[in-house]
Write a protein that binds this ligand. Structure first.
Ligand SMILES: NC(=O)c1ccc[n+]([C@@H]2O[C@H](COP(=O)([O-])OP(=O)(O)OC[C@H]3O[C@@H](n4cnc5c(N)ncnc54)[C@H](OP(=O)(O)O)[C@@H]3O)[C@@H](O)[C@H]2O)c1
Length: 223
């Protein structure tokens, strides 16, 4: 993708094991990845939080200083499995992403990658074709996350709006996992009806105007 990556962990040794595993798996690629603890990973320009949902806010809070005013991408989903059924949970503030934004208010949280299956995402030889929904209250976070997704072959970033959308985005993951179980597969999300030429962010009012309800957008009533 052309980015340098620091893989973080609560244990730098575990992160090193993961980095070694990846370098061994892809010997012909020049992967710019290194290992560190979570504080080292949070020192990167953009930080991705990919822990189980119940450890995400604690993890973010533990590296609050390193996060500063950076863009933080949350891909965690609050889910539980009861028997064969996946059920969405409602964390404080309605979503993991909003909880992280609340505990580290200075950073700029974007929710993204919630629906991308990890195994396929990690298969560098077979890029998965999928849309990736992004939501954030910060235009800078949406723009930067869009840029990262555009660098991944076959992925299409879509601006899904404000961080409040992370509630349905995260909980919808339960539906996708249920489909995986029923159809013994791993589904990916792709939306119809969008322009083929879609490459960047749609033109829309600033986030603050939307949040304040000053834009009576007629399109919003389309459904
Ligand atoms: N797997 C997928 O296909 C997929 C796809 C999209 C989104 N997601 C979301 O991404 C998140 C991670 O998924 P995963 O499958 O990678 O989960 P995972 O393997 O269970 O957890 C990822 C890492 O999080 C750290 N961790 C575990 N419990 C923690 C805690 N209580 N506090 C802080 N760190 C903890 C562990 O690293 P250390 O022990 O080394 O610190 C672990 O290796 C989830 O919220 C999931 O919903 C997953």
């Amino acid at each position: 993708m052309g980015y340098d990556v620091i893989i973080g962990s609560r244990s730098a040794d575990r992160a090193k094991e993961k980095v070694d595993e990846l370098l061994e798996k892809w010997p012909d690629r020049t992967l710019a990845i290194e290992a560190g603890d979570n504080a080292a990973a949070a020192g990167a320009d953009v930080v991705v939080i990919a822990t189980p949902w119940d450890g995400a806010t604690q993890t973010a809070a533990s590296v609050r200083e390193q996060l500063g005013h950076k863009v933080v991408i949350s891909m965690a989903n609050a889910l539980t499995r009861i028997g064969k059924e996946f059920q969405p949970l409602v964390p404080p503030r309605g979503s993991v992403a909003a909880s992280i934004q609340a505990v580290v208010p200075d950073c700029k949280v974007a929710g993204a990658f919630h629906h991308v299956p990890a195994k396929e995402l990690g298969d560098l030889d077979h890029p998965i074709e999928t849309d990736v929904l992004i939501c954030s209250d910060h235009e800078e976070a949406t723009a930067l996350t869009t840029e990262l997704i555009q660098a991944i072959p076959n992925m299409r970033p879509l601006d899904a709006g404000e961080l409040s959308q992370s509630t349905p985005i995260e909980s919808f993951t339960a539906v996708l996992l249920q489909l995986n179980v029923r159809y013994k597969t791993r589904v990916a999300v792709k939306f119809n009806g969008l322009p083929d030429s879609l490459t960047g962010l749609p033109k829309k009012p600033p986030r603050a105007a939307v949040a304040a309800g000053s834009d009576a957008d007629e399109d919003a009533n389309a459904t």
